[in-house]
Write a new protein. Sequence first.
Length: 382
Amino acid sequence: MKTIRTVLIGAGYRGMRLYQLMRFIPEFEIVAAFDPSSHPVLDNSVRFYTGSQDTYLAMLKDNQPQLVVIASPWQYHIEQTLHCLQQGCHVALEVKGGFHLGEYEEVIRLSKEKGLKIFPLENTVFMQENMALLQMVQQGILGDIVAMRGGYRHDLRDMLIDKQGNLGNPDKPEGLWRSIFYLTENGDLYPTHGIAPLCLAAGINRNDYLEELTSFASRACGLNRYQKEKGGNGRLPISMGDIIITQLRSEKGILITLTHDTTLPRPRSLDFEIQGTKGIWRGEFRKIYLEGISRYEEWEDDANYIRQFNHPLWKKWGVTALKHDAHHQGMDYIMLRALANDLTGGEAYPILAEDLALWTSISPYSKLSIKEKRTICMTKPE
C-alpha cells in the first residue's frame, strides 16, 4: 500500500501524541478516531466517534481501515485488538504491563491466521542511542554481552494523586485509571520500556530466551507521604512497593536487572546499561568505556560512537524527528516511520507481537515471585 487508511482508538494524552505525529507522515491517511470521554481537536477530515466503549466497532465498520492505532486504557487492549483483527485490520498497539500469563496468545494466533501484523508501539526501541547501540552490539564492539540493566524510573506521583490529595488526577486523565493499579498490584507494572531494547540487543526471542526471574518489592511509602503533603489523610491502601527490582537470567547466562520506580522523587531515567567482554555503555549518563580504546579506567562521552553507528532511519529522518517530536527525543516519530516503512513495502518493523507477549509477562511473573518469595522458571516459547 502507498497510503495507510488509519483510525485511532483512544484520543487521550498518548493517542493525541501519536495522532499529531502521524499528521507529519504522508503515508498515514487518518480518517477517524474514537474516545468515549475526551473531546480532542482533530483535522476536519477526521471523523470523531464518542459514546459507549464499543462505539469503536461502528467506526471500524464505517471506515474500513487498514490500520488501527490502539492507545486506550490498558484493560481494553486485548479485546479491542481481537476485534480489529477480526475486521481485517493491522494493529499498532500501545504497550502496557501484563495482566496475566498467556493473554496475547489469541492475538498472536488470530493475527497469523488472518495474515495481519501487530506493531507494538514500544518507543524506547527507537531512541537514537538505543538503535546505535544495537548496531554496535551486533558488530561486536562491546564483545559478548554478559549483563544489562534498564527500568522505568519516572516520578508519577503528580499523575496518581491530585492537588487535594485524592487518588487519580482529573487534570491528567490517564491517572484516573492507572492509579487504581497501585491499590491492587505489587510487581513490575510497566516493564516494557526497560526490557525491550535490552532483549533486542541480547537476541532474546531470537537466539536466546529468558529462563528465570526473581523480583523483590520495597516498602510502600511514597504515595501516602505525597497524599498527606497535598492535604489528604495519607492512608491510601497502597499495595505497590515504591521500588520493584526484577532480576532475569537467560539460557545463555546473560543477567538483566529491571527497576520499576514511579512513586518517589527523582529525575526521569530508563537506567540503561549494557556490559560485555570488551566494554560497557551507561545510557543514563551517556558514557562508554571500551577496553584498548578508551583511556584506562576512564569513561568517555558516547556521542562519537552514536554518530558513527547511527541507524539509517535516524540518518534519514533524525532532523525531522527532533523537530516534530522534541518531547520524546524523536523516538515516537522514528517508530511511526518504521511502521509506515513496513506497511508500504520497506524494511520490516523490528519487533513482533511475540516480543510484546514476553515483555509484558514480566508483570505477572514478578507479582508471583514477590507473593511467593521465590524464583520463577519462565516458559520458553514454542
